[in-house]
Design a protein around this ligand. Sequence first.
Ligand SMILES: Nc1ncnc2c1ncn2[C@@H]1O[C@H](COP(=O)(O)OP(=O)(O)OP(=O)(O)O)[C@@H](O)[C@H]1O
Length: 599
Amino acid sequence: MDSNQTIPTATGPLSTTDTAMLEVLVPGYGFISRILMSYLNFDVSAYLQVLVSLAVFGATARYAFLIIWEHFNELFVSRAEIRLDDETFQYLMFWISRQPHMKNTNRFVAGTKTNSYWSENESDGELDEDEDEDGEKDALFDSYWAKVTTRDKYKKIQFTPSEGCHYFWYKNRPLMLEREHRDGGMWYVMNNERIFLSSLGRNPTILKTLLAEAQQAYVDRDKNRTVIYRGSRIGGAGQSFNWYRCMARLPRPLSTVILDQEQKQDFLDDIKEYLHPRTRRWYTNRGIPYRRGYLLHGPPGTGKTSLCFAAAGILGLKLYLLDLNSTALDEENLSLLFSELPRRCIVLLEDIDSAGVTEARAAASASTSDAPIKDGTSKDGAVEADSTADKETTKKGGISLSGLLNVIDGVAASEGRILIMTTNHVEKLDPALLRPGRVDMKIAFGYASEADIKELFTSIYGAKNNDIACGAPTTHNNGSVKLPTTGVVGDIAKAKGEIVQDSGECNGGVKKSKEKDLQSLVSLRSRISDLASEFAAVVPSGEFTAAEIQGYLLNHKETPEVAIQGAAEWVQTARDMKRASEGQGEPEGEAKGEEKDKA
Ligand SMILES: Nc1ncnc2c1ncn2[C@@H]1O[C@H](COP(=O)(O)OP(=O)(O)OP(=O)(O)O)[C@@H](O)[C@H]1O
């Protein structure tokens, strides 16, 4: 074609310059128009004006619609934004996953995760109520177990709305839920998932009501349970750390933690006193930072963590666990995590002696001089400059001592929380970490004393209120007692109370059988306490941890007499094993009886 040739249009031929311009504006225009011309004999340029007008009109109409829609939304729609990094997101997702309208939606996310926000029926490692009942009904373990394992294979699939808009009715009002997630490679993208809830009308009460209901449902799930959060990060490097709810466990009764009664009570009283509102005012009035720290120290398996769980359960506090050994956790994230703690909670830092903080400091002090380690803080409580070792720790990743101290009681440290640190090697800890204000009370845990051994024995073989049991203890041919594993044997006081209460309501037969149960319970109890003394006579005091003794007794959990018969042999084997392991490394821990000292 000649370069000056023109293409005829309805309004006149297009020059090649015009065609070239069109080609720039609409890439491929020349090619398409030629194809249409050659095969269909259709001249696009003849309708160019009409097409351009339509395109302009379409764009203007779309723009106008968006503006009108935006104004409409502003004036007549209420909207709530819920972000992923806030717990409200979890409330809402949990609530949504339980809504019937989720069954009808045709766009959803399906998941079986058991520890995420939508895990409605997670058992968190505890027996479900229905499992208890099943176990009771199906006396035959095999059939019960077959049922449970089959059920476990089919994890419940939970549904939540997928990205996009979803409409539903709530309290007779139409609502819109919009889920939005933007992908990308930046660290903040993880927190970029959002949910918008919209309702017609300028009054947002309905949205607030829905969110309150969602929160209620979420909190109700954890009623009477100790909720445990763990500081971790979802996704790989570059993501920030956050607290994630990892489980909710039935509280552990304080009576099941074997420790000197006075020590236990002091610990609990101290926490209660600290949590009292007058104490907060007292601290504030005197300009003292409102914080309390505890150090539980002693050999592994002596009940440090158990005491923490029990205290959290009794006081209904959430427990925040943090692993300082994680190399991914740096100081910035540590302080972020501490700043996001709720006002009243227990933060548990386990085994702080194994975290890099002590080694780094010890290494530094050894390399610089033999002088005693100095407190790493200046007068106003701020931590002095990083030591060489701190810098090394930072290079490796992880937390340095000064970083930890800053977070515990630096200027930006959170107020109101209870910090509990546990360690197997208190002697390894830097005095800076132990000074009052950081650690206000120390509790020493040690090897089981005679009384502890008896208590452990009784706690294993004595009946508990919610044990699954029915029937009397059976006596073996060799004379040993086998405790019942079927039939509720409550505590004596409770049983007595029930009989008194029932005497007016029940017929004589029922009352008699209850009285018989009570008698067998009383005789069982007295027998157990004799057996406990026998066991304590065989197992030496001050030599084994509660965990070791408990581990042995669990091997004979229905046959206390067999446990006593085998105790001497177990003691010998355990001693041999300890000696063998001590040959490889120094023995650790400290003896029982170390005084708890209040700093
Ligand atoms: N004093 C105790 N009273 C009751 N149970 C105990 C006691 N000590 C240990 N146990 C039992 O032993 C197990 C381990 O206890 P726990 O985790 O509390 O020990 P720990 O001192 O925190 O150990 P570690 O230092 O290794 O973390 C648990 O099953 C717990 O029930």
